[in-house]
Ligand binder design. Structure first.
Ligand code: T1G
Length: 707
């Protein structure tokens, strides 16, 4: 697009309106910065213009720099010649009129202006840390001057979007107007009010609030300590802090130069590449190949959940949290009462932690209605079955749902592995049936695995994808097979971690490797949290059906001993009463040694790298089979599932992206070597071999037939 097309200057009387028009979100793509500068110069040169207003066309102000441009040869304007630098040197006042979003370079552009007006629903923020960089357009220097260093540090290291109603309290915007107001008119009205006011208020000159850091320089180390857990193994959050510190210790121009240095350290680092990849993978996963954009979406206004257990309660909360009324039922009145109590307790815990206000808890609870039975849910737009993971429990429920639910209702199952086609087969409307697999805890985990049955209609699939987005989830499609995409790709990992124990590892050693890699918890500790009995049945079913999933005597023995994990006070680890801290248990160590000896498995030492690769490569190999069978459309979809379903460290991009850092050929060679050493379960996927031969990246791989 030519510069004139992406940014234009229109005159409204004596006010010049600079309109940024670069769909879909007015990112500062090619020519946009140059267009802003050209319009600014034109406005300043026009004697008929007394002041200017900058707005975004379409649904938002400016959503930031064009992320697609990073890591490419695209040149960035030099320091001192960017809109962020030129706006506040303008001889005439410029008012940023913000609706929708002003994020990253968008907010930085607005802070380069002399004034800022925003609609009530507008969101402002500097989210650069979420893609592994820092606000490189003066944000680390100007935001502390507007909002104070402490607030700036909180916003920049969290990357959160701040509503305009908060932003005005921090001093970031000068006026908030109602959403019903026309943002251009509001900007023009404000511009007329200040057109003759001098001196022009340049944010760079505003040093008053920096005093906060001069009086208390300890705030920088305080925030370094407070982010340490979430920022583990990452550099961007700490560079953000250093840049804000420079704002408080250096003159403005030197601070800007320091910001650039700290930015350049990050923009091409692995962390930023991985986080940029994750950002786009999360948008790509929403696109269903072959599904036309105009497939009709069945909107939903309410929902029903069958099953008031842990998952059912969490699913009901997921809807209530996003404003949807939801009815929940259970097989017994006692089960329903227990489920409702668990929901109340979950909310109360959030209120106690301060992450939820009491009145908001009350509003959400009021949206969850316990009901006696099927007749009470018949008119709901969507129903999600969330009962015990057994086909002979689920089928009768779908027979009943088929009888009672209104035509067009979405009939969804929360099953994590069972055959969606078999479930749909007991209904007369298989086209309305799909899997909606939530991850525990359902109201917290963002992933929704949407399982398409062979008879699931395209509009059903699209509607469930949309449903996920509306309740704050990231929806990702999986084909129908045992374990679908997520749990099937995870299953080899769950086996391999126990097999390592047979060979001489211990749970704590494996957990340390995975936590050091970036997982929030080690896999053995996670098993104890989820419950070792949960996987026992699935493992048995798979081992009976597939040689890749042989029995795991050590894991089975623990379950048979009643060691289910935290819920029984002992599993892989032992737990003190009321304390969730895992403690190594000599009894488990002895059991591991005893069973390994009975199995006659040679014992040896392991490096951290071998432990890491034994676990992750086993899943990589399965992921390639999943791609080859079309259960996943893309390698990046698998990464989205691992990021949001299994807590894979985001700054490593995802399972496939991380392996690309090693190289697909090396991955293949290692798996082939383990195939020689360990036999069938390590047989390399032919698809992986093909990728290795072609040199195709795992994260860029597509299922056969997918463009
Ligand atoms: N650059 C390029 N493309 C972008 C983009 C961006 N900044 N933001 C969104 N898109 C694309 C996205 O890939 C999708 O494309 C479409 O727009 C709709 O996005 C110098 C260095 C603004 C809250 O980090 O948070 O400024 O899939 O599906 O749900 O200091 O997009 O249609 O082909 O997400 O309504 C800082 C990132 C950049 C904001 C809208 N800014 N974007 O959410 O739509 S770095 C950000 C978002 C920077 C400066 C630094 C969200 C949104 P497609 P979407 P949405």
């Amino acid at each position: 697009m030519s510069e004139a097309a992406v940014v234009r200057l229109e005159k409204r009387g004596d006010i010049g309106v600079i309109i940024v028009d670069y769909p879909p979100v007015n990112a500062l793509g090619p020519g946009v910065a140059e267009g802003i500068i050209a319009c600014l110069q034109e406005g300043n040169a026009d004697p008929a213009i007394k002041a200017m207003v900058m707005v975004g066309a379409g649904r938002s102000f400016i959503a930031g720099a064009d992320i697609r441009g990073f890591g490419t040869a695209r040149k960035r304007l030099p320091l001192g010649e960017r809109p962020y630098d030129l706006l506040d040197r303008s001889a005439k006042p410029v008012v940023a009129a913000i609706h929708g979003f002003a994020l990253g370079g968008g907010l930085e552009t607005a802070m380069g202006c002399h004034y800022r007006v925003a609609t009530k629903s507008a969101k402002l923020g500097l989210p650069e840390v979420l893609i592994g960089i820092l606000p490189g357009g003066g944000g680390t220097q100007r935001l502390p001057r507007l909002a104070g260093p402490k607030r700036a540090l909180e916003m920049i290291t969290s990357g959160r979007h701040v509503p305009a109603s908060e932003a005005i309290n921090y001093g970031i915007v000068d006026r908030v107007v109602d959403d019903s107001a026309d943002i251009v008119d509001a900007g023009i009205a404000f511009a007329r009010e200040i057109a003759d006011k001098r001196p022009l208020p340049r944010v760079r000159d505003n040093e008053t609030k920096l005093q906060e850091a001069r009086d208390n320089p300890g705030i920088f180390d305080d925030i370094r300590k407070s982010i340490a857990r979430r920022a583990r193994n990452q550099k961007a959050p700490y560079n953000c802090i250093a840049a804000v510190e420079a704002a408080c210790t250096l003159p403005f121009d030197q601070g800007m130069a320091r910001e650039q240095e700290l930015f350049e350290e990050l923009v091409n680092a692995d962390e930023a590449k991985a986080l940029r990849y994750a950002f786009f993978a999360e948008r790509e996963v929403a696109k269903i190949p072959g599904l036309s954009k105009d497939v009709p979406i069945r909107e939903f206004k309410n929902a029903a959940v069958v099953g008031a257990g842990t998952m059912g309660g969490g699913i009901a909360m997921s809807f209530a949290d996003f404003g949807f009324p939801v009815k929940i039922m259970d097989a017994t009145a006692e089960g329903l009462a227990k489920g409702m109590q668990r929901i109340r307790d979950n909310y109360a815990t959030s209120v106690k932690r301060g992450s939820l206000a009491q009145d908001e808890m009350d509003r959400r609870l009021a949206r969850i209605e316990p009901v006696a039975g099927y007749d009470d849910i018949a008119q709901q737009d969507v129903v999600i079955e969330a009962v015990f993971e057994q086909m002979d429990v689920k089928k009768p429920i779908f027979v009943k749902l088929d009888e009672v639910m209104k035509p067009g209702a979405l009939l969804l199952s929360n099953t994590s592995a069972l055959d969606i086609d078999e479930i749909a087969s007991v209904t007369k409307r298989p086209q309305d049936v799909a899997g909606a697999h939530f991850f525990s805890p359902a109201n917290v985990m963002k992933l929704l695995e949407v399982v398409r049955g062979s008879k699931t209609a395209p509009d059903t699939l699209a509607s469930v994808m949309q449903l996920g987005k509306k309740i704050g989830k990231i929806s990702a499609v999986a084909g129908n097979c045992d374990g679908f995409l997520a749990n099937r790709s995870r299953a080899p990992f769950n086996s391999e971690m126990v097999i390592l124990l047979e060979e001489g590892c211990l749970p704590a050693q494996v957990d340390k490797v995975m936590v050091d890699f970036g997982y929030p918890m080690g896999p053995f500790a996670v098993g104890d949290l989820a419950g070792l009995d949960v996987g026992y049945a699935g493992r048995k079913r798979r081992a009976d059906a597939n040689p890749n999933y042989r029995r795991l005597p050590i894991a089975d023995k623990l379950v048979e001993m009643g060691r289910y994990g935290q819920k029984t006070g002992a599993g892989w680890y032992k737990y003190e009463k009321g304390d969730r801290t895992p403690h190594t248990d000599p009894e488990v160590t002895a059991l591991i040694k005893q069973i390994s000896a009975e199995m006659g498995v040679p014992q040896r030492e392991f490096t951290d790298q071998e432990i890491l690769r034994r676990l992750l490569f086993s899943s990589l190999n399965e992921a390639c089979k999943i791609l080859e069978e079309g259960i996943a459309y893309r390698g990046s979809d698998i990464d989205v599932m691992w990021l949001h379903g299994f807590g894979f460290p985001r700054y490593r991009g995802g399972l496939m992206f991380w392996a690309d850092g090693i190289g697909v050929r090396d991955v293949y060679n290692q798996i082939a070597a383990w195939h020689q050493q360990y036999g069938e379960r390590w047989a390399p996927s032919p698809f992986l071999r093909q990728l290795a031969e072609n040199g195709t990246k795992l994260s860029a791989a597509k299922a056969p037939g997918i463009a």
